[in-house]
Every structure is written in C-alpha cells, then in structure tokens.
Design a protein around this ligand. Sequence first.
Ligand SMILES: [Fe+2]
Ligand SMILES: [Fe+2]
Length: 199
Amino acid sequence: MTSPAAFLACPTPDAWIDMALQQQEILLTDHANCEKKAAATALNLLFRYTFNDDLQYKMSRLAREELRHFEQVHALMKKRDIKYRPLSASRYANWLREHIRKEEPGRLVDTLIVGAFIEARSCERFEKLAPHLDEELGKFYVSLLKSEARHYRDYLALAEEAAGESIEERVEYFRQVERDAIESPDEEFRFHSGSPAAA
Ligand SMILES: [Fe+2]
Ligand SMILES: [Fe+2]
C-alpha cells in the first residue's frame, strides 16, 4: 500500500505550514477537536454497521485510540496554559462527505474512503509540521503520524473489503475532491483548512 503522502494528490501548501506555526493555539485546539471527531466517526460506524464483524472490532479500537489522542492533546494544551475555546469546524470533512453516495453499499465504501483520506492528510500534515515545531510538540506529532498512517491503511482495507471489488475509481474520484479542498483558498485557518486566502 502506498504511503499516506504518496496517496494524496497534492502536498500541504507551504503557506499553510507558515500559518500553522503562527497560530499554534488554534492548531492545537482544532487538533483536539479533530481527535474527538475521529472517535465519533468510528463510533457512528460501530453502531450503524453491526453486521460487519471486522469493522466493529476495528472501529471500537479506533475510537479508543482517538480518544487517547484527544487526552494527550488536552494535557499538552493544559501544560501550555492554552484555554480550550469553542471553534467552528473547518469546511474540509463536510466538503469530502458531500460526495458520499446515498445508497448502500456505496455509502459505507465512500465513508471508509473519506476516512482514509482524512487520516492520510493528518499524517502528511504532522510529518510536514514536526521539523518546525519545538521538541516536545515535534516528538508528539511524530508519534501521532505513525498512528494516522495505520488508520489510513485500516480504512482503505475496510473499504476494499466492503466493496468486494476494486475501489480504485472511487479513490481517484475522492483524490481530486480532496485536492480541491486543500488547494482552494480558505478564509479560516484550521487543522485541515485549505490554502490560506490572501489577507
Ligand atoms: Fe488521532
Ligand atoms: Fe486517526
């Protein structure tokens, strides 16, 4: 299976990295939110697809791991005296989810493919950010990128299993959708935001 960065159609724009380094409080707060949402997505799948034994087990493990990540980000924020404040969600996940088919089994297959892209992008961003961060945060992000690479592979394998046929065409479709979400100008900075819009 290809590496998460090679799986994506485009790298994170350098302007996004610059923005992230300037906005580390928002980065960490939104990152904490993303971990919660990753756990919620896994729980939704766990409850919706009760007939799929493999998926049930993997989603249960995933939900626990994502909540553990949330706790780790939360602890780091506390240590840095960053107060948690509500942040609106970035457009990214909904941008991808709008393209999910409505009928089963397409709905499940597409949901899992979208999960793979979100994990792959997270992994790519952790990797790209890590060398520019302070030692503590850099090390933490390197540890997380290994988990996200595994989650990306798990989601993709589950999508293949659920489809029972090649998913290459759907993957390619979402690859282009994801590229648009990352490369088009975005007014709002978030963990998964697009290319920072010129002020
Ligand atoms: Fe995570
Ligand atoms: Fe993850």
